[in-house]
Design a protein around this ligand. Sequence first.
Ligand code: PLP
Length: 456
Amino acid sequence: MMLQVPSEAPLAEPVVRTRLPGPESARLLDRQARRESNARTYPRRLPIAVRRAEGSFVEDLDGNVFIDFLTGAGVLSLGHGHPEVMASVQRQLPLLAHGLDFPTEIKDEFVEFQLSRLPAGMREQTKIHFCGPAGANAVDAALKLCKTATGRAEVVAFQGGFHGSTHSAMSVSGLVSQRARVANTMPGVHFFPYPYALRCPLPGDRETVGRRCLEYLERSLADPLGGVCLPAAVILEMVQGEGGVIPAPTDFVQGVRRLTRDLGIPLIVDEVQTGCGRTGTWFAFEQHGIVPDVVVASKALGGMGMPIAIILYNRDLDVWQPGAHTGTFRGNQLAFAAGVAAGRIIERDGILENVRTLGAHALSELERLVQDYAAAGEARGSGLMLGLELVDPATGAPAGDAGIAVQRAVLERGLIVELGGRQDAVVRLLPPLNVSRGTLDRALAILRDGLAAVAG
Ligand code: PLP
């Protein structure tokens, strides 16, 4: 029997009726602050208690409706509660919900679908491992796989990178505020500059930023006095997400692939955020014409926020032993059902085309903000993973206060956005991949108004 969802008025328009937080949200926020961890994050700057959500919109307990361009930190690729994805979960629910790592029909379909998304040539070489259901656990698995296969200890990561909050994922992430208070993070991690044209520590112009970062890495690995032993892995994001929406240029990505292949270093591409169509192709690495050794995926894999995480890797690395990376929650059948349904809808409805078209449109609108406001320093993005870096007009330094003020100003006007980058100065937009042009334009107009209010 299908679950009956009570019908309510559809959510289709942002409307903010109260001061934020409204009284009902304030009640739950207050209870949360008293009872939940000091490490909680989002509701501190986005002070709402969520009542329900639909498509690109969420409603708080006070009846305020917001356009949701946070989408569960980039998880909800088809927005909230897509009816067909919900129906597939409802069909699976009475059959089996939890299956450890036993084979099941729906899991088999999920595997088939994921492998079919890989470029031809890579597909046949690839094995899949199901991890504990979070991106960080899959990052952990990827590092262990490469260490086991190579017998090496060290790892190369990039400044500005973010790979999660577990001990090992944090160890390969740049976030100093998180690392600083935790003693003894995983040793042997070497951070190298990432091609962040606006603030690259290696001097030079924008066009050569990828080449300069690559040369620095190449020389360091070749230098007998360079302090870096041949690493077990290089871990790289195609677009640094939490780092401030910074797409890596193709010359850099291809150069890292050539270098790692020449030296026999497995290349781990972390597609936790960029994967499942976010940048306009199923995986972002496809746009650079490379084949990684390991791909890490999670977030949107579970269709409607169902937790799931995998690594896809070259079968030559598959030398770890049975039980080398276990986890109780590796077999969420509802996530498989939702993931297959969402993937098929993305294919059937040409959603990647929507991502490319609307992503280009949104980026050009963000670039107009850069022309119109001195505080808007740079617009960046790939597909529907977009960022606007706010700067101090006098110094060009990242302007975190402005980022926080813009996030608040747009919330008050009915738009939820994320922040990222150095000092949280990058306003990040992660719309559902099937967002309509109308909703996107409404959100961009709110962003313009919010920016004008803060920096006009
Ligand atoms: N890798 C990347 C690129 C991410 O953006 C994130 C989270 O934002 C993670 C890994 C960690 O994923 P999770 O929060 O599910 O552990």
